[in-house]
Design a protein around this ligand. Sequence first.
Ligand code: ZN
Ligand code: ZN
Length: 113
Amino acid sequence: MAKKSVVSSAISPRRQCRRCSVSFTPRRSNQVYCTDSCRVDDYKEKYYSPPKVTLVCPWCNEEFDTSAPKKTIYCPEKDCQREHAIDQMKKAREDHKRLKDLESQGLLAGRGR
Ligand SMILES: [Zn+2]
Ligand SMILES: [Zn+2]
């Protein structure tokens, strides 16, 4: 019997961080965030939320509000971004089809002879 492992028997109650939901051991009884950075981030979000800007969707021309103007170009409620992409795909396919038609009719330069 040489060694005796020292394990602290006092298990402090763990809490969940109000911001990132990580469980932590509070150093103060009123601590609700795991770290200072979580506390500061939450505070910033609450009191310095970015101002909303009104943008116009390039697809349906409807106005919408966003707080991240750089990311959002199409209105978020509708599927404008997807619809626009589908439309562009269709157009590309039609162009391709038209080319094929011209080709089969021998109307393209250098072809059909
Ligand atoms: Zn946290
Ligand atoms: Zn739209």
